[in-house]
Design a protein around this ligand. Structure first.
Ligand code: PRX
Length: 643
């Protein structure tokens, strides 16, 4: 792989970049490696606004880290107020387009006012620092407004992706014991309404902690409002003031909890705090996206996932960028919606997932080719390994061989990008995230923690704590320790398999635990299995990821049934719907196979390795992301399981 085609930065790009040439990269990396506290301390001082300076940069009681200890800061202040004294005051902060076609351009000054007003609404409902608010909305400007209003007061927000079902929403509200839910009547997706408020009503039947539901009117369709508990956003906002000072919060005040799938049936509440998170989210905007003042930047993820938190909301707004938000489906009303949006808004940076790219490839080049994409200067990829064919298409058809592609490896837990090229410095190799960013000390080890060296597969680990790392799991520090820090004591275990080539470039091969990656979204096999066995017909279920041409992986289920007469076709459809109800429609299985028994070890553990092999060898179609490496991942996964 060291011989893969290499794309060096063009001199035109490199000349204007924040970090130039390999020397530029190496110098930053060296400074961070040699004196991490000095490195991050200096950046925190120059790049963020503090109400009170920290007493020391870093405290480490493994595996629990604190950054900028004693410092007082506010994320909302850093994303808004500090820009108002600069020419950014009248710059567009959010450039929004609704799926039906409405457009809103919200300047930093407008956004500040809107956030202050909504923060006053939250205050009036009695919410205060340390309380929790669940945010369950579509991609409308009020979603980031809600987040920034929470951050202003120190209310911990937890966004639940709008594609999750009432059941999944309920378990998250319960785990967090949230006091409030912020939602909308619905959201537009492919011309249809996603009925958000109905799902909230269903979830709240068993959530006694929630005393307030604030509902944005978006679609205008009829919803039920429970008196005393439910309030319209616009009604609560009617009488409030435009002023709401940002609370000086501890640097370690939790900013948000974001649930992600783990290896058990119960999702993990990843806790991110304020100062360190914000610093690294902002710095990576500069290092990886090479953000310039005049850029129109578009991260096309959903704010329901970590990518949206760090690279639609906190990173770009802290950096004073213009961030584009689009509400709906990429192919609505036609497959050129994104390309039209890029051309009309002269977008300079596009950040998306390999799944989206592969879906565009399938639709045909005529859609992007019909639009002027000459404003683009940088492309990004995230969420899953990008196969070289998709990389080349993105590079040629979208970037016209002019735009570097930054393949960014990171996780919900890492808070910000860890391995990615600095585009004016690091030559690209399609399919590799290239080199670790400053402050990131990565390695590849075996299960004893011994480095495997170059050109060998092993487990990707991070050796040193970093500012934007997750601090713990919500009310479950033991699971945090066990999950990430104990398998190889003292280092952070990512759960990914990887290989490093002789140039030091990292090649991510896929997950080694029971977590699948479907369209760049994490799904746990255990979560799916527990959902399936709750169905009255199912005795036992085993779920594995199956390579898929577009989504990277798809959900494949092996199911044994209880005694009875079943029509397999009807039941398979019923089980698909059941999973959509229990988790969300994005988790719907692609394949359901009925079987009399599941392969098990003597101790009764399901041998998923065998099942993975069955679904893989049966279903090789086209250019599949990690297929060539699947045997490796399968082998590593079984070591990991059996250990
Ligand atoms: O397996 C890796 C894959 O996505 C996982 C993290 O998923 P999540 O927490 O949902 O965050 C996704 C967005 C940051 C990782 O453990 N992954 C993420 N980015 C890449 C990737 N795999 C290969 N290449 C990437 N660029």
């Amino acid at each position: 792989m060291a011989d893969a085609t290499v794309y060096a930065p063009s001199s035109a790009f490199a000349e204007r970049a924040h970090v130039r040439g390999m020397e530029g990269y190496r110098e930053l990396y060296r400074r961070a490696a040699e004196k991490p506290e000095e490195f991050w301390g200096q950046l925190a001082e120059t790049e963020l606004a503090w109400f009170q300076k920290w007493s020391h940069v870093f405290e480490w009681q493994p595996p629990f880290a604190k950054w900028f200890v004693g410092g007082k800061i506010n994320a909302s202040y850093n994303c808004l107020d500090r820009h108002l004294a600069t020419p950014r005051k009248n710059k567009i902060a959010i450039l929004w387009e609704g799926e039906p076609g409405e457009k809103r351009r919200i300047t930093y000054e407008d956004l500040h006012r809107l956030v202050c007003r909504f923060a006053n609404v939250l205050k009036d409902r009695g919410l205060k620092t340390g309380d929790r608010a669940i945010v369950y909305m579509g991609m409308v400007p009020e979603l980031p407004i809600a987040l920034l209003a929470c951050a202003r007061l120190g209310v911990i927000h937890s966004v639940v992706f709008g594609g999750f079902s009432a059941e999944a929403l309920k378990t998250r509200i319960q785990d967090l014991e949230a006091q409030a839910v912020i939602t909308a009547d619905g959201a537009w997706r492919r011309g249809k309404e996603v009925r958000l408020k109905d799902a909230v009503d269903e979830a709240l039947a068993e959530c006694p902690s929630v005393h307030d539901v604030i509902v944005l009117r978006r679609t205008g369709e009829t919803v039920t409002m429970q008196s005393g508990r439910d309030h319209w956003w616009h009604e609560l906002e009617a009488g409030v003031s435009d002023e709401c000072p940002a609370e000086p919060l501890d640097s370690e005040q939790p900013l948000y909890v974001l649930y992600t799938s783990g290896t058990t049936g119960k999702p993990k509440g990843i806790v991110h705090t304020t100062g360190g998170y914000l610093l690294q989210a902002q710095m990576t905007m500069k290092w990886v996206f090479d953000l310039r003042e005049e850029d129109v930047y578009w991260c096309a993820a959903d704010i329901g996932w970590v990518t949206g938190h760090s690279y639609i909301v906190y990173g770009p707004l802290a950096a004073g960028a213009t961030t584009v938000i689009y509400e709906g489906a990429p192919d609505f009303p036609q497959p050129d919606r994104w390309w039209r949006l890029i051309a009309e808004n002269r977008v300079n940076i596009l950040y998306t997932s390999p799944t989206a790219i592969r879906a565009f490839i399938r639709q045909g080049d005529q859609w992007p080719n019909a639009h002027d994409l000459s404003s683009l200067r940088l492309l990004g990829s995230v969420g899953e390994p990008i196969n070289p064919a998709a990389w080349e298409w993105y590079y040629k058809t979208i970037g016209k061989e002019r735009c570097p592609i930054v393949d960014t490896w990171w996780q919900t837990e890492t808070g910000s990008i860890m391995i990615a090229p600095m585009p004016g410095a690091v030559p690209l190799k399609p399919g590799s995230g290239t080199l670790p960013l400053p402050g990131v000390v990565a390695d590849i080890v075996d299960l004893d923690g011994k480095p495997v060296g170059n050109n060998r597969e092993g487990f990707l680990i991070l050796r040193r704590p970093w500012p934007s790392m997750a601090r713990t799991l919500w009310r479950d520090p033991d699971r945090y320790r066990q999950q990430y820090w104990e398998r190889v004591p003292g280092v952070y275990m990512t759960g990914d398999a990887a290989r490093r080539d002789d140039d030091g470039y990292y090649w991510i091969l896929g997950r080694v635990d029971d977590v699948m990656n479907v369209s760049g979204h994490r799904l746990s096999t255990m979560e799916l299995e527990s959902a399936l066995v709750r169905h009255p017909a199912v005795a036992e279920a085993a779920v594995v990821g199956k390579p898929h041409e577009i989504t990277g992986q798809a959900v494949a289920c092996f199911v044994t049934l209880k005694k009875g007469e079943w029509n397999h076709n009807d039941l398979a459809e019923d089980l698909r719907k059941w999973v959509a109800k229990e988790i969300g429609s994005f988790a719907k299985p692609e394949q359901i196979r009925f079987t009399d028994a599941l392969p098990k070890t003597r101790s009764g553990k399901i041998m998923r390795r065998l099942l993975r092999e069955i679904v893989t060898s049966n279903a090789v179609t086209g250019d599949v992301t990690t297929l060539e490496d699947l045997s490796v991942v399968t082998r590593l996964a079984s070591q990991h399981d059996e250990e």
